[in-house]
Ligand binder design. Sequence first.
Ligand SMILES: *[C@@H]1O[C@H](CO)[C@@H](O)[C@H](O)[C@H]1NC(C)=O
Ligand SMILES: *[C@@H]1O[C@H](CO)[C@@H](O)[C@H](O)[C@H]1NC(C)=O
Ligand SMILES: *[C@@H]1O[C@H](CO)[C@@H](O)[C@H](O)[C@H]1NC(C)=O
Ligand SMILES: *[C@@H]1O[C@H](CO)[C@@H](O)[C@H](O)[C@H]1NC(C)=O
Ligand SMILES: *[C@@H]1O[C@H](CO)[C@@H](O)[C@H](O)[C@H]1NC(C)=O
Ligand SMILES: *[C@@H]1O[C@H](CO)[C@@H](O)[C@H](O)[C@H]1NC(C)=O
Ligand SMILES: *[C@@H]1O[C@H](CO)[C@@H](O)[C@H](O)[C@H]1NC(C)=O
Ligand SMILES: *[C@@H]1O[C@H](CO)[C@@H](O)[C@H](O)[C@H]1NC(C)=O
Length: 678
Amino acid sequence: MHAAKYSLISALVAATTASHIPHRAEQGLAVPQIWSSPLFKSSAPFHGPSSAKESTLTQSFQLHEPAPLLTSSAHSCSVTLVSRSFANSYGSPSTLSFDPRTAFAGTACSDPDEWTGLTLDVHGETRGRQFDRLGTVWVGNNATGQGVEVLRLDNPEPTKQGVYWSTKKDVGKYWPLWSQPADVVFDLPNIVDDTYTGALNVTLQLTASVQGSLSRAGRKRTHAGRIPALPLKQRAAHLVIPLSKRLQTGNSIFQLGGSAGNGTASVKVPHNAARALVEVYASGTAAEEFWYTGITDRFFNQIPDAAANGYYGHGPYREVQLYIDGAFAGFVTPYPVIFTGGINPLLWRPAANYGTFDQPTYTIDVTPFIGTLTDDQPHSFELAVVGSERGGVINDASWFVSGNVQVYLDSSDGRTTGKVIKATQGAEVVKGTTGGSIKGDPLTNGSLTYSVGLQVPRRFDVAGSVKTGSGKEYVAAWSQQAEYDNRGLVNATTQTNDQKSFGWTRSLVIDARHIDKVMGTLDFDAIQTLADAQDAKVQVSAVQMDYNYPLYVTSSLSNTSFDARIVEQFDRTVRRTGPGTDKDLTKMVGDETTLVHADPVAALPHAILSKRNADADSVLVNGAIANGTGTARQTYMYRDMAGGTIDRVTRTNTTNVLQDSLAGSVSARAQPGQLTVA
Ligand SMILES: *[C@@H]1O[C@H](CO)[C@@H](O)[C@H](O)[C@H]1NC(C)=O
Ligand SMILES: *[C@@H]1O[C@H](CO)[C@@H](O)[C@H](O)[C@H]1NC(C)=O
Ligand SMILES: *[C@@H]1O[C@H](CO)[C@@H](O)[C@H](O)[C@H]1NC(C)=O
Ligand SMILES: *[C@@H]1O[C@H](CO)[C@@H](O)[C@H](O)[C@H]1NC(C)=O
Ligand SMILES: *[C@@H]1O[C@H](CO)[C@@H](O)[C@H](O)[C@H]1NC(C)=O
Ligand SMILES: *[C@@H]1O[C@H](CO)[C@@H](O)[C@H](O)[C@H]1NC(C)=O
Ligand SMILES: *[C@@H]1O[C@H](CO)[C@@H](O)[C@H](O)[C@H]1NC(C)=O
Ligand SMILES: *[C@@H]1O[C@H](CO)[C@@H](O)[C@H](O)[C@H]1NC(C)=O
């Protein structure tokens, strides 16, 4: 119950205040007004000397992979893109014209062709009372299009004393955009008034590095050591085309769902394109912020006051779909990003969950379609968000989605040809199941239990022939599978959802004769065995990402308490195989979901595993939060393709870091650095 209600409290629009939440008359229960609690008390704007600032602020953080990934940098140079106190910033993003040759003039990083690492660095400070806001950074130019989203962030909610946070994101895959004159937009819509006093003071920097190197932890001692990293120019895609509204000076996000429909962009790729990946940014907000708690329509329609009490319908399953010229091209299963005001803000202080300050993105390999895209004509790329209820319907306009197409060119100027030769038909229809039972009115004296699942695992396979101008000829394929289950409970005092969401995605390059054999039921290990066989009759290379995003969330309310508990995991592992076992790490783009394709590279599995357990207990007196505390335990494991490791355990309560056990071969590059323990 409260999870959905909390969308009212933590919604992006500050105008929505807790006082709009209706009371639950029969039980006499009312979700407390967070902002009247002493825990969330505001304070007058701070006017102290700026040098004293940082020492009075406490650190908020999110465990994060090193940036740049894989590479250590010999020299790095930072330029400030935006430094601003975001106060009343709705509809007024920061915009700038960026020219790398001017910005980095006179530094070791003045030639973008030599960059071996590139990061976006966010440093923020805020004090008082404020919501979590959704910020986005966009980069583009007039040649390939404005408005490629390159970072999506949330801020920590401030405290009376004030907090600061810092995050670095590897943006090496966007090298084609940052290496030439670009229009940059940083949108961080905030509202400051007498109640919500926290301005968001944020500095956004771009850091380029040169002469980076990789440490290779080869199995054989002779292979260990440091090797120079190839410049990004030789590793990143050749061009990055936006799937967005493409505004030069505005926020280009698509707000999708329900009557808002889908997001469509016209895409023209060069005729010598040899490989293309679509990257998707997607998160639920407003009516879809707590999408994983959505009640299935069959029961939602039987609860008279459900909407008035802050519950949402259309069930909890969501996927983002991609269509190319109307043909289904793949889907994305989102990880539930929970903002720092989500469910109960005490769950996220001072440690935000994985993916909060830098949201994860998702990749679909569209190379099977490449031969149909290289005709020098524009093609329609459409993004849709659907659920598993009748007609795939979700709540209106509440998914914030954008994307891009990363295009790799052939070495020749000749046209790439080919066509789709195999595709699962009807895969766009999500065949969901619902079960459960309702007794009485779940909001007063009754209860609802429900379950939502899939009739069969979601599966999509597509294969296309590819013949490049330089004469490479092969079949490119994309396969993916997703499994899903969600069990929900609603009564007057409790709301619980237990969601399982896991699966895999796979890019393949195969010689045409073996397509049926390789694209059938083989798992990754079997493909690897085929690829590794001495006689290697079947030429195949593959990149597979396995993912698992379980989420358990419960909240309970009484006249004297308001408690919440969450258990969530973000788990991705990328494995690769290919002929020749070319372990040329210097070719790595430095992003765990970048799928090395026509020119396969085999290396160590790349993995990120974050597990979070958090509890918040608040004491209510006369319906208001009198006091309370949150505790969180997070384990974090990082393994990169070059053998770098981080193993970390943090424990926090609302006021202190109680433990930070940080170990591993690249722990010196962990984000954040070693924390001070109380
Ligand atoms: C909560 O308090 C109200 C007002 O005192 C009372 O009427 C109601 O019965 C209480 N509810 C529960 C579940 O104890
Ligand atoms: C943010 O900037 C504003 C305007 O300069 C300043 O008044 C405020 O003290 C700053 N807040 C923090 C937390 O530093
Ligand atoms: C794109 O075109 C607009 C309008 O002519 C211009 O203002 C802007 O500077 C151009 N952007 C770049 C990156 O050249
Ligand atoms: C959005 O895409 C879905 C899935 O293809 C389709 O059913 C729906 O009609 C589209 N909506 C609009 C407004 O085009
Ligand atoms: C719940 O309360 C309503 C009246 O408020 C009553 O009609 C119904 O029978 C009750 N149901 C149960 C299961 O107690
Ligand atoms: C709601 O369900 C929870 C969990 O089953 C249970 O502990 C609680 O007593 C229930 N509350 C009501 C009012 O039925
Ligand atoms: C929280 O407030 C309640 C009611 O005033 C009090 O009984 C309890 O001891 C307080 N707990 C803490 C940890 O301060
Ligand atoms: C957090 O833990 C520290 C150290 O044990 C303790 O002093 C502090 O009171 C705790 N804070 C809360 C809100 O429980």
